[in-house]
Design a protein around this ligand. Structure first.
Ligand SMILES: *Cc1c(COP(=O)(O)O)cnc(C)c1O
Length: 379
């Protein structure tokens, strides 16, 4: 099956009791047993729920994995990965990381004895140098937030294999429509389902997908033991969102390309970060491992005055100023004062996060209207 057909059909069967074509919202905590232990595969909804099962199977199919596991949020799914390890184990992670993941690693799991090393994964030699016999996981996201750097997944998979550790990829920014890291040698895919997979800014959820039954079993044990599972109503909303994932991503890519190319030519814009631009430093890797370049774009303003950025951010009408991304509507954000405000300014500038850096999540509106909105805001 090709991607669009899977997005609509994978994991979903007509409901066995009524034939309902849409998976019902099984709003139940428990399931009646005919005799002790004699049940239909469902005992208690923290462990299993049919609406969640359908979604987990759909996500596994879209990522070319064998097992999907859903969690209450994206962060809960990364939390579950960390619980695979024990004190003294080490994780080598990209230094250009979603802020919430950095916080979970350093403020929670360092306290439980895990060790994290943050390196620039633009050069695989940096990763090789950070590996020790205790390294159990290489963790990355690509494209990164907010500078849209692209990391070579196959190169990281080769390193993980050589050292006998796992490779985990946060695939939130790309979505399975644009890249499937399991096919490039990754062991665990993580999604903030909140973003492109849900796609309608009405759910927070996370997911993991793996292709190894033993690893799936360990993660399912953690999922059930820690209990950060999503409810059936949220699973239903995401099942509905998935059915248009391929159409939405196509349009995100088209609108992203038009907006990026328009920004490049704008006299007030200093620099545009979008992996589809031939001038992007990782364009070659992006072209090799992604099927398209998505709708996430960052740019800076000439002169680098914070007040100019503030003016733009408060002048758009269609682009709403908000955190998050990947929904049907266009959003914009200011990393320096929003998502990355907790990082000291010196540190931010060292990592390339200029005061005027503005991040766009280009939505599905008519692109002429989006460009007209940016035009008047920049004016
Ligand atoms: C949003 C996000 C997360 C966290 O997911 P939540 O659903 O908000 O918990 C993790 N990684 C990336 C890249 C994200 O954008």
């Amino acid at each position: 099956m090709r991607f669009g057909t899977k997005a609509i059909h994978a994991g979903v069967e007509p409901d066995p009791t009524t034939g309902a074509i849409m998976t019902p919202i099984y709003q139940t905590s428990t399931y009646v047993q005919a005799a002790p232990g004699d049940h239909k595969g469902y005992e208690y909804s923290r462990t299993h729920n049919p609406t969640r099962t359908a979604l987990q199977n759909a996500l596994a199919a879209l990522e070319n994995g064998t097992h999907g596991l859903c969690f209450a949020t994206g962060m809960a799914s990364i939390d579950a990965i960390c619980k695979l390890f024990k004190p003294g184990d080490e994780i080598v992670s990209t230094n250009d990381l979603y802020g919430g993941t950095y916080r979970l690693f350093t403020k929670i799991f360092e306290g439980f004895g895990l060790k994290f090393r943050f390196v620039d994964m633009g050069d695989p030699a940096n990763v090789a140098a950070a590996m020790t016999p205790n390294t159990k996981l290489i963790w990355l996201e690509t494209p990164t937030n907010p500078l849209l750097k692209v990391i070579d997944i196959a190169a990281m998979a080769a390193l993980a294999k050589k050292h006998g550790c796992l490779l985990g990829v946060d695939n939130t920014f790309a979505s399975p429509y644009l890249q499937n890291p399991l096919d490039m040698g990754a062991d665990i895919i993580m999604h903030s389902v909140t973003k492109y997979l849900g796609g309608h800014s009405d759910v927070v959820m996370g997911a993991l997908v793996v292709k190894d039954a033993a690893l799936a079993e360990r993660l399912a044990f953690i999922q059930n033991s820690s209990g950060a599972t999503p409810g059936p109503q949220d699973c239903f909303l995401v099942l509905r969102g998935l059915k248009t994932l391929h159409l939405r991503m196509q349009r995100h890519c088209e609108n992203g390309a038009e907006v990026a190319e328009w920004l490049v030519k704008h006299p007030k814009v200093e620099r545009v970060y979008w992996p589809g631009l031939p001038t992007h430093p990782n364009h070659a890797i992006a072209k090799a491992q992604m099927r398209g370049f998505g709708g996430m774009i960052s740019f800076t303003l000439k002169g680098d005055r914070m007040e100019d950025a503030m003016k733009v951010l408060s002048s758009t009408e269609l682009f709403c100023l908000a955190e998050s991304l990947g929904g049907v509507e266009s959003l914009l954000g200011h990393p320096a004062s929003m998502t990355h405000a907790s990082i000291p300014r010196e540190e931010r500038l060292k990592n390339g996060l200029a005061d005027t850096l503005i991040r766009l999540s280009v939505g599905l509106e008519d692109v002429e209207d989006l460009i007209a909105d940016l035009e008047q805001a920049l004016a």
